[in-house]
Design a protein around this ligand. Structure first.
Ligand code: UT7
Length: 345
């Protein structure tokens, strides 16, 4: 049993407190058998290697902004807030390369005029967005921030790549944050963030950016698709989520083995989730999971998991929740929150 970490230095400025939550899954569902019809794979392989049985996908013509607007509307309703001061959108699948998608999402929510921008941190986008929103609040630049994490991942997945098609899916989740105090339920704990750009090519979309455009060589048709070196990524995912989780828990003076009531980890792969929980000494009963029917939804993964867990009664007010994520960049993070009494909108 490790001794509790020394208290982290006191933070100045108001805390960011979760006061509303919402999520949205597009209605179309793809089963493993649907994938078997076009790929060299099997339902058994997908279930045992990833834990996924079905996933939601956007229909043709639906972009990330549509998912984001729905989740954002629900989080505003949940919080009873009409007009936040800022909107932060975490996404890897913006509607267009330029401009950011957040201003359009804000406009469609009737929020024209507020600060609105995108954060790009792939599957860790929600936690990077959370830290960004917290920073706006702590600096006194905003009192209420709507954080949306949305990804239409299937729009960048090569339909013939069995390594990624079986995992990734589409969704959006959102939380409302307000200025408050560090000792109240919902206050975001000390967030741990990290990155390793020396491994940026483990997860990438090689074409379409300035690197490819300035090369003077036209992008090959396949260069617009998302690529992931799965096996190598897997190992880093477990190590980084476990170590970031330990740091975030230590900052909250929680022992992962005994003080964490719920682990809300990015739903990358059911085996990764089990390994992270085992490393932290967190039992299966204390681990939240929706990967079986939602898949890996990138930045949206954690807020969708939180919203669904509240709706299903698996996450209750007062639970000490450890959140952690990992993904392309590489980028990772973790934080803590004592769950507040919020109902998904
Ligand atoms: O979201 C954040 C970042 N992403 C992650 O953290 C995801 C990390 N990676 C993974 O989840 C897993 O690595 C995958 C699910 C992508 C792959 O599972 P794996 O157990 O690591 O499989 P593998 O890549 O080591 O491949 C094992 C075998 C290979 O065949 P051989 O070489 O042993 O003959 C693959 O070709 O499984 C084969 N394979 C498949 N077979 C059937 C790979 N994908 C499939 C498939 N169906 N869909």
């Amino acid at each position: 049993m490790t001794a509790p970490a020394p208290a982290a230095p006191a933070r100045t400025g108001p805390a960011a407190v979760i006061c509303g939550i919402g999520s949205y899954l597009p209605p179309d569902v793809v089963t493993n058998d649907d994938l078997v019809a076009r790929l060299d794979t099997s339902d058994e392989w997908i279930r045992t290697r990833t834990g996924i049985a079905t996933r939601h996908v956007v229909s043709p013509g639906t972009a990330t902004s549509e998912l984001a607007v729905e989740a954002g509307r629900r989080a505003l309703e949940s919080a009873g807030v009409d007009r936040p001061d800022a909107l932060v959108l975490a996404t890897t699948t913006p509607d267009r390369l330029c401009p950011a998608t957040a201003p359009e999402v804000a406009a469609r929510l009737g929020l024209t005029g507020i600060a609105a921008f995108d954060v790009s941190a792939v599957c860790t986008g929600f936690l990077y967005g959370l830290a960004t929103a917290e920073g706006l609040i702590a600096a006194g630049l905003a009192e209420r921030v709507l954080l949306i994490a949305a990804d239409a991942f299937t729009t960048i997945i090569d339909p013939l790549d069995r390594g990624t098609s079986v995992i990734f899916a589409d969704a959006a989740g959102a939380v409302m944050l307000r200025a408050g105090t560090y000792d109240e339920p919902g206050a975001v704990g000390r967030t741990v963030l990290g990155s390793d750009g020396t491994l940026s090519d483990l997860i990438e979309v090689p074409g379409g950016g300035s690197r490819q455009r300035s090369s003077g060589v036209a992008a090959a048709p396949d260069d617009g698709w998302f690529r992931m070196r799965g096996r190598e990524t897997y190992r880093h995912a477990v190590n980084r989520m476990a170590s970031a989780s330990r740091q975030a828990a230590a900052a909250a003076r929680w022992r992962t083995e005994s003080d964490v009531d719920r682990l809300a980890a990015h739903q990358a792969n059911a085996r990764i989730l089990r390994s992270v929980a085992e490393e932290l000494g967190i039992t299966a009963a204390r681990q939240l999971s929706n990967i079986e029917h939602v898949g890996n939804t990138g930045a949206a993964s954690i807020p969708v998991l939180l919203a669904q867990s509240v709706s299903e009664g698996a996450l209750l007010p007062g639970h000490r929740v450890l959140l952690t994520a990992f993904g392309g960049g590489l980028a990772w993070g973790a934080t803590t929150v004592v769950w507040p009494d919020v109902k998904p909108g």
